[in-house]
Design a protein around this ligand. Structure first.
Ligand SMILES: [Zn+2]
Length: 117
């Protein structure tokens, strides 16, 4: 698989997980869950990954405020060093940030053969 295809696939996967997580968050708000942490699915690139991470509503919103950041399970296996950097390491979750502007800009850079590092 080319780097470009991989970028696009990763972006699609993560967008899907983000939508799932926003629904989970809405649900927790609607049902007035009293748990200190809400459960979210790991937003990593692995299609076989279905692990859950726990964040408070505030933590989730902080991550979600940045379009380039995603929550993943706190293990290296859930990160893609060539596509993203781990910007926050907590006991319950890690936050990764896409290099470049996750979507179009990153793909353009890959197409031009520019080294993102
Ligand atoms: Zn994962």
């Amino acid at each position: 698989m080319s780097g470009e295809e991989r970028e696009k696939r990763a972006a699609r996967n993560e967008d899907l997980f983000r939508q799932v997580n926003e629904r989970l968050h809405d649900l927790a708000v609607i049902t007035g869950s009293s748990e200190p942490h809400e459960k979210f699915v790991c937003e990593c690139e692995q299609t076989s990954c279905s692990l859950l991470v726990e964040l408070s509503a505030g933590e989730y919103q902080t991550v979600r405020a940045n379009d380039r950041r995603f929550v993943v399970f706190p293990e290296p296996w859930h990160t893609s060093p060539e596509l993203e950097a781990v910007v926050e390491r907590r006991d319950r979750y890690w936050v990764v940030e896409k290099r470049g502007a996750a979507g179009v800009e990153a793909e353009d850079l890959v197409e031009r053969g520019t080294n993102l590092l």
